[in-house]
Design a binder for this molecule. Structure first.
Ligand SMILES: NC(=O)c1ccc[n+]([C@@H]2O[C@H](COP(=O)([O-])OP(=O)(O)OC[C@H]3O[C@@H](n4cnc5c(N)ncnc54)[C@H](O)[C@@H]3O)[C@@H](O)[C@H]2O)c1
Length: 293
């Protein structure tokens, strides 16, 4: 089966990045969100990111214009998925929300369509089970920022068949990504390691081990990470990280995955990181300013 049309659910951090790379690879894309303002923000981020490539001589204005004509912002779910060959979901990391969406998508999407979730941690098998096509359900886990990060983790649920895996490997390759195949387990491969490390960094801040900027500097220079864990947390989204931590804790029943109080408190205050303008750093000025805890 050849994939031509892709529906991306969610125009946020990940959704707009996924729509961008799919359209750039030549796919027709419908990007769906629940409010026009989120669609507009997603489309303007895609435009801005593509235009950065013009300045670097990587892409021409004509190419950017063509790519943008392939992306259609849509509010109605049925309209988004009714003619899709592949549906990629990137809505918030909340189990009940994802299950509700997949039930609906399954009724509207064509029978042949493959269903892929960009979840960071939630069970592919659990989501597949609310559809009538669990063999066509798969995890397609991109990394942020999607146009720059080269990996897609492909996650096989209990019922995912080999042809679905093959199709998603081919699509990932066409959009210029490397892939790894992972059997389902909470957090898959990357987040299984990364999330506990990020939570530990928050515990260290909570306990006054170091300031935000020194903790970031320590890990950036000491472990050669491209950025420190608190900067990374602000990029990932503190709300998303908290959802993942709570999910891990529930699934593994192991206290090592408990979320630090500080993280929960920040999320309750609406401090989600870069996307809300406030997190471990304050983004209201010209340069991010570390917060004190
Ligand atoms: N942030 C990361 O670094 C990262 C990396 C890999 C995977 N993920 C996963 O990607 C998914 C999305 O995360 P994000 O960081 O893009 O979140 P986000 O909050 O930036 O974006 C989510 C978007 O989904 C929209 N939405 C909510 N309900 C919807 C619905 N019913 N239909 C369509 N859109 C809806 C929201 O309005 C929002 O625009 C999550 O499952 C997350 O775990 C995130």
């Amino acid at each position: 089966m050849e994939i031509k049309k892709i529906a991306v659910l969610g125009a946020g951090l990940m959704g707009n990045g996924i729509a961008h790379v799919c359209a750039q690879a030549g796919y027709e894309v419908k990007m769906r969100d629940i409010d026009q303002k989120f669609i507009d923000k997603g489309l303007s981020t895609i435009k801005k990111n593509l235009e950065r490539g013009i300045a670097k001589g990587k892409i021409t204005q004509d190419e950017v214009d063509t790519i943008l004509t392939r992306i259609h912002g849509v509010l109605d779910l049925e309209d988004a998925v009714k003619d899709a060959d592949l549906v990629i979901e990137a809505v918030p990391e909340i189990v009940s929300l994802k299950l509700d969406i997949w039930k609906e998508v399954d009724t509207f999407a064509p029978e042949h369509a493959i269903l892929a979730s960009n979840t960071s941690s939630i069970s592919i098998t659990q989501m597949a089970a609310v559809t009538k096509r669990p063999e066509k359900f798969i995890g397609m886990h991109f990394f942020n920022p999607v146009p720059i990060m080269n990996l897609v983790e492909i996650i096989k649920g209990q019922a995912t068949n080999d042809s679905t895996v093959q199709i998603i490997e081919d699509v990932s390759k066409k959009i210029g990504k490397e892939t790894v195949l992972v059997n389902e387990a909470p957090g898959f491969a990357v987040n299984r390691l990364l999330v506990p490390a990020l939570l530990e960094a928050v515990f260290a801040i909570q306990e006054g081990v170091a300031t935000v900027e020194d903790m970031d500097k320590a890990i950036h220079l000491g472990l050669n990470w491209p950025m420190g864990p608190l900067t990374l947390l602000d990029f990932v989204g503190l709300d998303t990280t908290l959802h993942i931590a709570d999910y891990f804790f529930e699934e593994f029943k192991d206290s090592k995955y408990r979320a630090p109080t500080l993280l929960r408190k920040m999320v309750r205050a609406g401090w989600f990181g870069r996307k809300s303008g406030m997190g471990f750093y304050d983004y209201s000025g010209e340069k991010p300013k570390p917060n004190r805890f």
